[in-house]
Write a protein that binds this ligand. Structure first.
Ligand code: DOR
Ligand code: ZN
Length: 366
């Protein structure tokens, strides 16, 4: 039986939500060997100021961090909450926040581009108004949801281009070249175009990759319209998945790392469609191991285990300057049953269970 031990890891892109559901989602992350997480700020209202303030329409990072810690997040060694960039973000907020040590990253959402992205502003705004300059100067990382917003349906998923490819071939080179010292994480990349962009850029540019984008393609979503597989950016084609698999399994990979984008929705199906987001809390290392095997990697081999460790445990920690945890967890090639997660707001389906798979080939021993 294959079994290998890894340092605990950081999920550098996840959604814990807010309120009474927090403890269940945080516990699911603790259960899968997480020593920390980057908790996305698309709360309601968005976490778009740094410090507590008497009057603001936004939540502060201070407040959201407090809620997360009180709900079990204090067991994490590291917790990062990026600042949600809005039209109200100022360069001073960035400089002051960075000085205090609370602000480590900011998140760009394309306006109305995904769940909770209503407060995003067009990317050019931040190029022009001094936000990216302040981030570059203060050493604050830019987490970027790289999709062109506001496209008409015929352009959104065209035969040869889509919203991510348009964004990576138009805006991203400009941002990278205008702000060469700005550290950028290209979040949840889905296309070969984005993989190539990251690979060709300097070591200031890295990317998170989700389990679903490494395992599935758009065909898996469309055959049967399996809404549990609907997330944004949407799954792409075989060539894209192959490029992602090649990037994360390369022996010299230092730029691509784990960020699950685990995004729980207790109500997935809506009146006319479905909510965007796949829930992979509790099972992400197991799914990543499956994706490596799907890519042809033999995880019984020590060298392959090291490559997996780079992707899951080391590259992201290094990019964010987080310490590598001393504690370990073990991945075992052993069948493990999947079950729905009970929360205060009903049950949430882990992605494979939503697709009808009730046993995973890998298990975790903490
Ligand atoms: O599928 C997604 N779900 N993509 C995002 O960018 C946001 C997330 C969510 O918060 O549900
Ligand atoms: Zn996300």
């Amino acid at each position: 039986m294959i079994s290998f031990t890894l340092p605990k890891w950081y999920d550098l892109h996840t959604h814990f939500r807010q309120g009474d559901v927090l403890p269940a989602y945080i516990q699911a992350h603790l259960d899968m060997g997480c020593a920390g997480a980057l908790a996305m700020p698309n709360t309601k209202p968005p976490t778009a100021i740094v410090f507590d303030k008497d009057k603001s329409e936004y939540w502060s990072i201070e407040r959201y961090m407090r809620d997360l810690r009180n709900a079990g997040g204090s067991k994490f060694q590291e917790l990062v909450v990026p600042l949600y960039l809005t039209i109200d973000t100022t360069p001073d907020m960035i400089i002051e926040g960075a000085k205090s040590g609370i602000l480590k990253a900011c998140k760009y959402y394309p306006p109305h581009g995904t769940t909770g992205a209503e407060f995003g502003a067009p990317i050019d705004k931040y190029i022009e108004n001094g936000i990216f300059t302040a981030m570059e100067v203060a050493g604050v990382i830019l987490c970027i949801h790289g999709e062109e917003h506001g496209l008409s349906p015929d352009k959104y998923f065209d035969r040869s281009t889509n919203a991510e490819e348009i964004f990576y071939s138009t805006h991203m080179p400009i941002i990278r070249d205008k702000f060469p010292k700005l550290k950028i994480v290209c979040e949840h990349i889905t296309t070969k175009t984005a993989v190539d962009f990251v690979s060709e850029s300097s070591d200031k540019v890295a990317a998170t990759v989700t389990p679903q984008h490494l395992i599935y393609t758009i065909g898996d979503l469309i055959q049967g319209l399996k809404y549990h597989l609907f997330c944004l950016p949407v799954l792409k084609h075989c060539e894209d998945r192959n490029a992602l698999q090649a990037a994360v399994t390369a022996p010299d990979n230092t730029k691509f790392f784990a960020g699950t984008d685990s995004a729980p929705h207790s109500i997935k199906a809506t009146k006319c469609g479905c909510a965007a987001g796949c829930f992979t809390g509790g099972i992400a290392p197991q799914l990543y191991a499956m994706s490596f095997e799907l890519a042809g990697v033999d995880l019984s081999d020590q060298k392959s285990q090291d490559i997996f460790k780079n992707f899951l445990c080391l590259n992201g920690a290094n990019f964010y300057n987080l310490p590598i945890p001393q504690e370990n967890f073990t991945l075992v090639k052993q069948a493990s049953p999947l079950k729905a997660l009970k929360t205060s707001n009903g049950e949430v389906m882990p992605l494979p269970l939503g697709l009808g798979m009730d046993i995973l080939p890998w298990a975790i021993q903490n």
